[in-house]
Design a protein around this ligand. Structure first.
Ligand SMILES: [Mn+2]
Length: 359
């Protein structure tokens, strides 16, 4: 019987995020970080399992607070690094299925520990299916109805099933909606599947009335959309179209107004951004979101304190060393723009969340 459970590598080899010297215990921390090196259900290119190591490594290069702030993050927030869950690779379909179920179990129990102690939880992937872990953990603590899951992604991930797997990256948001969470989706621009190609996303959007909660990145000139109502047919509000990957003030408040719950979870699939920002990801797609607009969105939500942030995940980070990924040395990597941007984004989310709260 193969071993499907994850092996938790010792977090101490990396130190905590932005602070090499100490790794405070969870009870004495404000936030908890967990890496999940899992990409078994990836459909296009593998390599996202190297993401957590790369983000942690890149984080050590960020020493200074963003301009305008004098305080160092490590002086504001105590962060416990729980380590990185690592998984064996499997070829057989039933093994991949078993492995992804074991992964969700592992992630949900570790996440549950941190969430139960009211720590801000950050999970670094890995592929998007890892989100099933924290969702399951939240479910045991809060009512999903009180939680909005804000998704940044190029793909809806609302497929009925993907390769017959319960926990595929392609159906993670459907699992989320089925569990009762409120959702908002920003940056979507890939093909929306229909019943005919067995994904059934278009029908699902209509059935659940999600059209006004989906913010689609335009991949055609504006004039095209004036004539073409294909989006409307799929149930998506044409007023939610994002042009040039930019979220303007109007769009920011439109998205922000949809967050009406007590709690918030951010799920950030880096392919939601333009590939110029995150070139290293499994399924890059042009015409993506710009970083500044998404940062304004997150900053605005955190500053308004209208919903308390339970945690966030950053997934599908693939270090740009695909050609020699097998020789990728965890301890000896060169950080590239992808992991640097992922680490910086995480840094800012921590910073904004704890800003003004003191230690
Ligand atoms: Mn995704």
């Amino acid at each position: 019987m193969p071993d499907f459970r994850g092996r938790l590598t010792d977090g101490k080899i990396f130190g905590t995020f932005l602070d090499n010297d100490s790794n405070p215990p969870l009870e004495k921390s404000d936030a908890g970080i967990l890496g999940v090196a899992f990409d078994a259900t990836a459909s296009y290119r593998k390599g996202a399992s190297l993401g957590p190591h790369a983000i942690m490594q890149a984080s050590h290069q960020i020493e200074y607070p963003p301009t305008g702030h004098m305080e160092k993050l490590s002086e504001m927030v105590r962060m416990h690094f729980a380590g990185i869950l690592e998984y064996q690779d499997f070829e057989r379909h039933e093994d991949i299925d078993a492995s992804s179920k074991a992964m969700v179990g592992d992630v949900s129990s570790l996440s549950g520990k941190m969430l139960a102690q009211k720590k801000l939880l950050a999970v670094f992937g890995g592929e998007h299916s890892i989100l099933n872990g924290p969702l399951k953990a939240i479910w045991g603590i809060q009512s999903p109805r009180d939680v909005t899951v804000l998704q940044i992604d190029a793909h809806l991930d609302m497929r009925e099933s993907f390769d017959g797997l319960e926990y595929s990256h392609g159906s993670v948001m459907r699992n989320c909606i089925e569990a009762g969470f409120k959702t908002v989706h920003v940056g979507i621009r890939d093909q929306i599947s229909g019943k005919r190609d067995s994904g059934g996303e278009a029908e699902y959007i209509l059935e659940k009335g999600l059209g006004d909660r989906i913010f689609f990145c335009a991949t055609q000139p504006k004039a095209f959309y004036m004539r073409n109502t294909g989006l409307k047919k799929a149930g998506i509000d044409p007023g939610n179209l994002i042009f040039n990957g930019m979220l303007d003030e109007k769009m920011l408040s439109k998205i922000g107004d949809l967050v009406k719950t007590k709690y918030l979870w951010l799920t950030i699939d880096v392919d939601g951004f333009d590939p110029s920002v995150f070139p290293g990801t499994g399924t890059p797609l042009p015409h993506g979101l710009q970083l500044s607009g998404v940062e304004s969105l997150i900053y605005g939500l955190l500053k308004s304190r209208k919903a308390k942030l339970l945690g966030f995940d950053i997934v599908e980070v693939m270090p740009q060393m695909q050609s020699n990924a097998k020789e990728y040395e965890v301890q000896n990597t060169v950080s590239t723009i992808t992991e640097m941007n992922a680490a910086l984004l995480a840094y800012k989310i921590f910073f904004w969340n704890f800003m003004g709260k003191g230690k």
